[in-house]
Ligand binder design. Sequence first.
Ligand SMILES: Cc1cc2nc3c(=O)[nH]c(=O)nc-3n(C[C@H](O)[C@H](O)[C@H](O)COP(=O)(O)OP(=O)(O)OC[C@H]3O[C@@H](n4cnc5c(N)ncnc54)[C@H](O)[C@@H]3O)c2cc1C
Length: 387
Amino acid sequence: MQKHMTSLVSKIRFYSSKNLPMVSKLSHTEHCCKILVVGGGCGGCSVAARLAKVLYKHDIIIVEPRDVHVFKPAFTLIGAGISQLRDVTRPMLQVLPDNAIWVKDSVEHFCPADNMVILESGATVEYEFMVISVGLEPNFNGRKQLNDVTIVYANANDSLFPVDLYEDAVHRIAEKLNVCVQFGVNLVKIIPENNKAIFACTSAPENTTCLKYSFLHVSTPMKPPKALKKSKDILDNRKFVDVDERTLQHRKFMNVFALGDCASLPTSKTASAISVQSYVVFKNIMNAMEGNDIEPIYDGYTASPIFTGYDSLMLAEFDYSKEPKPTFPFNIDKDKAWLFHLQCKVMPHIYWNHMLKGTWDGPEKFRKIFRLEFLKRRKEDAYLGCK
Ligand SMILES: Cc1cc2nc3c(=O)[nH]c(=O)nc-3n(C[C@H](O)[C@H](O)[C@H](O)COP(=O)(O)OP(=O)(O)OC[C@H]3O[C@@H](n4cnc5c(N)ncnc54)[C@H](O)[C@@H]3O)c2cc1C
């Protein structure tokens, strides 16, 4: 691997922009950089900030079309009436690192074999390394537009959560809140004028049921942005950027890395996961640039906050093994008020001030401290119990 990377780096360095093929007859700009970051969302910003600390200004180009950066994890709070949209957005210029160049454009086509992308404007960007973090888009076409106080949670999957401990906990919470949970049903049509939702049975789609609602909350299926869909050679068969799940390096193009929602990582797609992934991408790009081995260090850590009320939340943290990986090692399958406040008050602070600035590697340090404290206390309790 190391040998391959070193030869790849020297091959790329050998390419000057003049050696690369012309891709368009339009008069357009040709940008050239050491590292191209595609997407200025959660993953792109956080990797770019880390790299910007150790590279020169003209080394990093970030391609991002939007003027505004959105703190997506707060969408749930907006939906619940706890936050307002204006509280969860910042101008893009404010969140991108100073020590990098922002090209306000969209990638239209990825050409990884030529170490280049073509932008919507016709401009091109050549790179030595590329980081892709373009997220996913809601697929509104995935749903056709078309009682009392009972809450029905209808779910196409056959479980509520991929981790047994949290699955049991969520079932208990649903029971306590009188939420009727239905599995294996897929929302296929909404008839808003009659407040009706039609569900197809996942095992036999011809069997449908109709549910009348007074309030409907739908989480839409997601799809990759169109630029990815056009660039099949970087995707896996599920249309995610095909990277190694431990190194986050592309399986075919060794100078390409991906993280976040668009990456083919078999873990829950969250900002918490990105906090660790951005460190891994940074570390492995540095390894590649310095001719060191790429390190298989991502364990799939992710964290899903499960709101259970206006003052309670359960935090489900786990990794690829689907075993819990709690930061706070006590009553991890219980919802608590302090976790609710952590999510609403502390997480936004961490996001804006640390994650986007590349100084938040996830909660591992805290996990170690809390675990040591916890073990110490257990030993003390056991000692007192013996006395
Ligand atoms: C409702 C909701 C609630 C959530 N709650 C939580 C939570 O509580 N905790 C948690 O940890 N996570 C949560 N998440 C998940 C978290 O927000 C995402 O995992 C995270 O934002 C993904 O970051 P990303 O960088 O992969 O993509 P994004 O943040 O979506 O950024 C992608 C960026 O790429 C840009 N882009 C797209 N196409 C192109 C292109 N062709 N060229 C250039 N740029 C492009 C976009 O403009 C965008 O800025 C939630 C998500 C949602 C939707």
